[in-house]
Design a protein around this ligand. Structure first.
Ligand code: AMP
Ligand code: ZN
Length: 468
């Protein structure tokens, strides 16, 4: 049963087929955070969606290489570095660390590679040089280097692959004289931004003088370096389709002459209480705000995972209370099954319960249907438990079923309150590594946990975490 996903490039639901001739390896790039503040709950919707895609692929047996960049140089960051009278690294380092703590608290598997833009300046410069050599980029009078959409299209390439663009409206070819636009056409975008005094110490040398990279080129340079000139999957929130992703395609295909990405996946946005989130409306939440209100990472994850990724999701605090109740039902059922199973184990689970769940997710990640399968299973287990018709063997098989569900949902076992989210996330990753028979990784995680002061025990009832 093959996985089908909506591809923004073809505007259709397509069967996912990796480029790898062995059909095993999958390259997946997700545009990461711009680290100038704590990520908000809208950002988290997109990153939890990326985690769902990765887990679904891994469940299907693919060997996923998950890359997520860190945008650590950009206008807003530079402004805040100036305001805070600090250095770029000091400023972004704080938010980057917070981002990965939050990612773990939300039960997301850590990306295999987390490249920073500032760590890839030579690759970015080389890519810009390539674009200039190919005649699709030029240095303007202000010293900045721009991508020429007209030249790119003149060479037979298509600009507007993800969205239908009205290029006439974008007034291609017209020179706009303003402070901001020294470029030949308004549609052109900056690859390399010439130094201006407001950049302070955030500057690098280049063949075009001092300056810094544009945002779009960062992602092209880092994704090509990590995954090659053509790779399988590229993800992000829907707001990134244009111009960010369209520009990534233009830069990458303009430089390599090869198709950039096979499947583009975009997650719809999140609203809060029906409105666009904004600090002034008072409906702006970071994960930390919600944790401070007593909610947990798994409750937030559960809620974010209740809606289909292509539908706008309305986040409410009532919804979060509902998540608490729903998780309580699952925890209670799994807890009773554990008691009954005793020392019996079964990792395989019951195929009759697992198959419809997987089938739903294979249909363009039909998460509502997948949750319906989970709650049907909870209902059935509760009724069998109530009627005393489950043997310890059947209870163990049921627990195996839950573990199969949860390797995609990532809700996790209910952990004791004193187990920090970071430790629980590592334990979850170790379960996944063992399931994938990656025992080297599982052992490495055990050591990592030990170094952090925690011992992990495999018991017939599942894992046990103990403070050393
Ligand atoms: P940023 O840190 O602003 O670069 O955004 C990181 C990711 O969050 C991007 O993939 C955005 O598309 C996504 N994003 C931003 N706002 C929202 C929102 N309200 N709902 C869902 N995703 C969002
Ligand atoms: Zn990007």
């Amino acid at each position: 049963m093959a996985l089908k996903l909506f591809n923004t490039l073809t505007r259709s639901i397509q069967e996912f087929a990796p480029l790898d001739p062995q059909k095993k390896k999958v390259g997946m790039y997700c545009c990461g955070p711009t680290v100038y503040d704590f990520a908000h709950i809208g950002n988290w919707r997109t990153f939890v969606f990326a985690d769902l895609v990765r887990r679904t692929l891994e469940f299907s047996g693919y060997d996923v290489k998950h890359v997520m960049n860190i945008t650590d140089v950009e206008d807003k960051i530079i402004k805040r570095v100036r305001e805070n009278k600090t250095t770029l690294r000091e400023f972004t380092g704080r938010f980057e660390a917070a981002f990965f703590d939050d990612l773990k608290a939300l039960g997301c598997r850590e990306p295999h590679l987390k490249p920073r833009a500032t760590g890839h300046i030579p690759e970015i410069i080389a890519l810009v040089e390539k674009l200039i050599a190919r005649g699709v980029a030029y240095q303007a009078a202000d010293g900045s280097v721009y991508f020429s959409i007209e030249k790119y299209r003149g060479g037979g390439c298509c600009y507007g692959q993800l969205l239908k663009l009205n290029l006439d409206e974008m007034r291609a070819g017209e020179r706009v004289a303003s402070d901001e636009y020294e470029k030949e056409s308004v549609a052109d975008f900056a690859l390399w931004k010439a130094y201006v005094p407001a950049d302070g110490e955030v500057t690098w040398g280049s063949p075009w003088g001092q300056g810094r990279p544009g945002w779009h080129i960062e992602c092209s340079a880092m994704s090509i370096k990590a995954l090659g000139e053509t790779f399988d999957l590229h993800l992000g929130g829907e707001d990134l389709k244009f111009p960010h992703h369209e520009d990534e395609i233009a830069q990458s295909e303009g430089a390599t002459g090869r198709p950039f990405v096979k499947h583009w996946l975009h997650g719809a946005h999140l609203l809060v209480e029906g409105k666009k989130m904004s600090k002034s409306l008072g409906n702006y939440f970071t994960l930390r705000d919600l944790l401070a209100q007593g909610f947990t990472g798994r409750e937030v994850r559960f809620l974010l995972l209740t809606a289909h990724y292509r539908e706008t999701f309305n986040f409410t605090l009532d919804g979060l209370h509902g998540a608490k109740t729903a998780l309580g039902r699952i925890d209670e059922c799994v807890g009773k099954l554990r008691e009954l199973a005793g020392s019996q184990t079964s990792f395989a689970g019951d195929p009759a319960s697992i198959a419809p769940f997987v089938k739903a997710l294979n249909e363009d990640l039909n998460i509502s249907e997948a949750w319906a399968c989970v709650f049907d299973w909870v209902r059935e287990m509760n009724s069998r438990l109530a009627q005393n018709t489950l043997t310890p063997e059947r209870a163990a098989i049921a627990l195996g079923t839950w573990e199969n569900f949860d390797s995609i949902l990532g809700i996790g076992v209910k952990t004791e309150a004193e187990v920090p989210a970071e430790i629980a996330a590592l334990a979850d990753e170790r379960i996944a590594a063992k399931k994938a028979k990656d025992f080297k990784r599982a052992d490495a995680i055990r050591e990592e946990l030990k170094a952090k002061g925690w011992a992990i025990e495999d018991t017939p009832k599942g894992i046990k975490l103990k403070k050393i």
